[in-house]
Design a protein around this ligand. Structure first.
Ligand SMILES: Cc1cc2nc3c(=O)[nH]c(=O)nc-3n(C[C@H](O)[C@H](O)[C@H](O)COP(=O)(O)OP(=O)(O)OC[C@H]3O[C@@H](n4cnc5c(N)ncnc54)[C@H](O)[C@@H]3O)c2cc1C
Length: 367
């Protein structure tokens, strides 16, 4: 029988780790499932190098930081030293974390919730969703295609193989520059294919200059403008592959002719941006409400906001949502009315949400 945790925590950023630490402190069993290679992957991926981390607090917020151990220092430090500090803290407290686990879905079990991930199903009495606001977009190809990487942490992994990078912007270009550089250093002439669904690529001047430099120094790049990822398939050897259509000829008889390339999924890097978490809420059958004219001050008309009670519990029983995932605002049900609630995307808010959620869970579970 699988372990039944009191709390399963999705995402190891400030919100998830604060939840974990408070569970640990109060004797609740818990496990953090983080998709990245390490905790705070969201911050590591999104902050520029050397960025200072501020202990910002919204002006009208009455509470101090409720988990002092994870608050950024008053005198701002670089993101690298804040990350290092948090790593030490996690090791010192021996927090229960599994990295490189992708959260996928939640299913109701008899007395618990089953959290389905890329590494199997975990069981919890409560689930805290703290996966932040940057949800990588899916490629939306038909079939069971899974996206394998959204950025490149180890360019060396692509040496000796033909790599496909998808996306037309700066992130894709940066990934390509890193891979070309790694390949050049070991004289690897296997090309990097750069595919984008539009006919033109759109990068800023500085990135274009660095890319140009790599190409002039011998980088082997093949451009595939107007290329569409079409389908995920499994070949005879059981390898997941992505088929990308590189051009199409419509014929009078209605039978289209096209050229396509097929890459093993693990050689594909999709840099197609991020989106808010609404598609995940839809998948989980968590209710959201659309802002109609005059109802919301922060969200725009038509935007959908997740519906939570004052304990951050969603309409799916036992599933809580906190941190960046509900910023910059959500719909709060309280005393019979539903109102848009401001929720600035800050480390402060993420930490303090965790405090209130763990208090609510403790009173429900009785610990
Ligand atoms: C450039 C930049 C600078 C900022 N500077 C400041 C600052 O100085 N001070 C401040 O207070 N705030 C700052 N912020 C905001 C702050 O970083 C966020 O408010 C905070 O990180 C939110 O914490 P979180 O735990 O909710 O989400 P995140 O930090 O995004 O953490 C979410 C975690 O969940 C993981 N995850 C995502 N999807 C899955 C999945 N499917 N399965 C498993 N795990 C998953 C991610 O890898 C990530 O580690 C800044 C933000 C940016 C982008």
């Amino acid at each position: 029988m699988k372990t039944l945790y009191d709390v399963l925590i999705i995402g190891g950023g400030p919100a998830g780790l604060s939840t974990a630490y408070l569970c640990h402190k109060h004797g609740l069993s818990y496990l953090v499932l983080e998709s990245g290679k390490a905790i705070f992957q969201g911050i590591a991926n999104s902050y520029p190098e050397g960025k200072l981390v501020y202990a910002s607090k919204p002006k009208d917020a009455p509470d101090p930081f409720m988990v002092d151990e994870l608050r950024p220092p008053d005198k701002p430090v670089t993101v690298e030293s804040y990350l290092q500090y948090v790593q030490h803290f996690v090791q010192h407290e021996n927090l229960n974390i599994q990295t490189e686990v992708d959260f996928e879905d939640i299913k109701d079990e008899r007395d618990s919730l089953g959290v389905i991930t890329s590494k199997g199903t975990f069981r919890g009495k409560k689930v805290v969703l703290s996966f932040g606001s940057n949800i990588p977009r899916e490629l939306s190809v038909y079939g069971d295609a899974k996206m394998v990487a959204k950025n490149v942490e180890d360019a060396g992994k692509y040496i000796g193989i033909k790599t496909l990078v998808i996306g037309g912007g700066n992130t894709a270009a940066d990934v390509i520059i890193n891979i070309l550089k790694a390949k050049r250093e070991v004289n690897d002439m296997q090309p990097v294919f750069w595919a984008h669904k539009a006919e033109t690529f759109d990068v800023n001047k500085e990135t274009a200059q660095r890319l140009g430099e790599e190409i002039l120094l011998g980088g082997n790049i093949r451009l595939l403008p107007g290329a569409m990822p079409r389908i995920g398939e499994v070949d005879e050897e059981g390898v997941d592959r992505l088929v990308i259509r590189i051009n199409m000829f419509q014929q009078a008889d209605g039978v289209d002719l096209y050229h396509a390339m097929s890459f093993p999924m693990q050689n594909v890097i999709a840099c197609i941006g991020s989106q808010g978490p609404v598609p995940i809420f839809d998948k989980l059958a968590i209710q959201t409400i659309a802002c109609t004219s005059g109802v919301c001050r922060i969200a725009k008309e038509g935007e959908r906001l997740v519906l939570l009670n004052s304990d951050f519990e969603s309409t799916r029983k036992g599933v809580y949502v906190i941190g960046g995932a509900i910023s910059p605002s959500y719909m709060k049900i309280s005393e019979g009315s539903i109102m848009e609630e401001k929720h600035p995307n800050l480390i402060y808010t993420a930490i303090n949400d965790a405090y209130y959620v763990v208090e609510a869970i403790r009173s429900r579970i009785g610990k």
